[in-house]
Design a protein. Sequence first.
Length: 243
Amino acid sequence: MPSPNQRDPVQVRQPRNDAHRLHVRVLSLGLILAILLSAWGCHFPQDWLLENVLVLAALPVLWAIYRKLPFTRLSWTLVFLFYYLHELGAHYTYSNVPYDAWWQSLFGRSLNEMMGWERNHFDRLVHFLYGLLLAYPVREIFLSLARARGFWGYFLPLDLVLSSSALYELFEWAAAEIFAGDIGVAYVGAQGDFWDAQKDMALAMAGALIALLITLTVNLRYQRDFAREWAMSLRVKSRSTEI
């Protein structure tokens, strides 16, 4: 049994001290403020409500995680950062976030023209950040609840990010069918791209892969029993009964 200093740092339960509680409370207040600012003067109120359905659904899950799991402050920061960006997209609708105008006011040139883009890519950025920001917190959940180790501590978060991204695309499709017209178009935000859903899922997977490769590199450097744990995770634990 490896000693605590030999383990992946996120495997060791970290008590919720005063600094940890304050950190989560500040992030929570920031989210409340972000939601209020996002709602104030939002460009498409019906789309804003639809965009925030999943935010409201996630709040009990976040509360349960806070109460039961040893989430690190890094994971909380990554989760809330994603929600802040989501509220920005909900305020303007994802297809109309004026990042190009902001870029042009700062640097005097159009980012879309520089990159050769013909559509608003804020939605693509957030799909990529979904994987990049949330893969590490999801990994912490698997380490705590499923005791995932070695290979599985990296594969399972990647798998969940990709599968949840696919489920979200199905949710978008269902919403577009139910809320036909401008609401459905604004919510899906495909902007005429036939392969929009596939590209969104690919970007989420790419972001998660980058985050997990960074985590793997750090653990490979600092976790002394990394190779042993990786090898043990790929061994068959028991044989099935022959019939």
